[in-house]
Ligand binder design. Sequence first.
Ligand code: CP3
Length: 356
Amino acid sequence: MSQSSVSSSSKPFLRTLAGEAVWPPPVWLMRQAGRYLPEYRETRQTAGGFLDLCYTPDLAVEVTLQPLRRYGFDAAILFSDILVVPHALGQDVAFKEGEGPVLDALKSEADLARLDVGRVLDHMRPVLDTVAGLSRAIPETTALIGFAGAPWTVATYMIEGGGSKDFATTKAWAYGRPDLFARLMETLVTATGDYLIAQIDAGAEAVQIFDTWAGALPEAEFMRWVVEPIGSLTRRIQAERPGVPVIGFPRGAGVMYPRFVTETGVTAVGLDTALPCAWAAENIQPLAVTQGNLDPIHLVVGGESLDAATDHVLGTLCGQRPHIFNLGHGIVPKTPPENVARMMERIRNAPRPGHT
Ligand code: CP3
């Protein structure tokens, strides 16, 4: 990243993605719109179901904006979910109170054959309208992030029929029937690529690909089912919408992080909470812009331990190299909103390391 690639954008988030070590670092939080905010819980009541909220542009715009009003985050992330893609492909998806997502699990080749990439963009019309609405509504210095789940993580929900602890059924497909699993992954790569490009065309200025369960795979399968599909999505976006940054989040990738970055070609990479910051500064920051990785539980606990953890991320990853301050995973519902305010104030007022 040369200095000449530094963008003249007025948005600190986009300047950071262009390679500039902006101070103070830009901040947004994964799942920043959500149940920890009373105003979210109120809008959610009005909407009825969670998917209704995702598919009603006025309400989805409103909940996306709520955390920006409180905290002035540097980026807004489209309010939606990674499971709208299986839904758009024709699979039944429901969110049950207290149970998380429930899908009509794929069981056979016939189930796979019924998935229809051709209907994805039509199905996504309200989500794309939300992106367009947000692009008009957000403050001038705030950037708009689009997103999708990575093919591997989305496939686990499609095959397990919901959340899972060991992904045993998905692995049985991936290891035992790689021909069949490859067809599902190709379907997901195409649908996800079409969807991300449509989000960019509707106004998304960067996209994040969430691979929440990347850390469940051994090396060979990590390369084939995490790196290859995210690499092909990244290359497609770079070819078809040049200049739009892609953030990869291969949660749990551990020592595979550097290979993930070099072989997918992502612009930036989200670091999970378990990754040591000093190791990331040495091994990942020379390769790509980084994002992360405060433990979301620090935001629940608050107080001096939150301050110390915030300072640790600032002191190890920020200032010298481009870094986007974020969590190492999504914010949790029992987070007291005032702890987020405390963290923001600390980041915005922090003295730049190495400067007096
Ligand atoms: O970050 C944001 O503010 C944007 C919106 C967003 C949501 N989900 C809203 C949501 C994003 C980016 C996601 C991503 C997502 N969804 C992931 C990947 C990131 C991660 O957290 O690991 C995954 C695995 C999902 C699937 C999903 N959606 C699960 C497992 C659940 C239920 C778990 C829970 O927290 O209840 C959801 C529901 C969901 N997605 C909620 C929100 C705000 C809560 C739904 C509610 O209001 O009842």
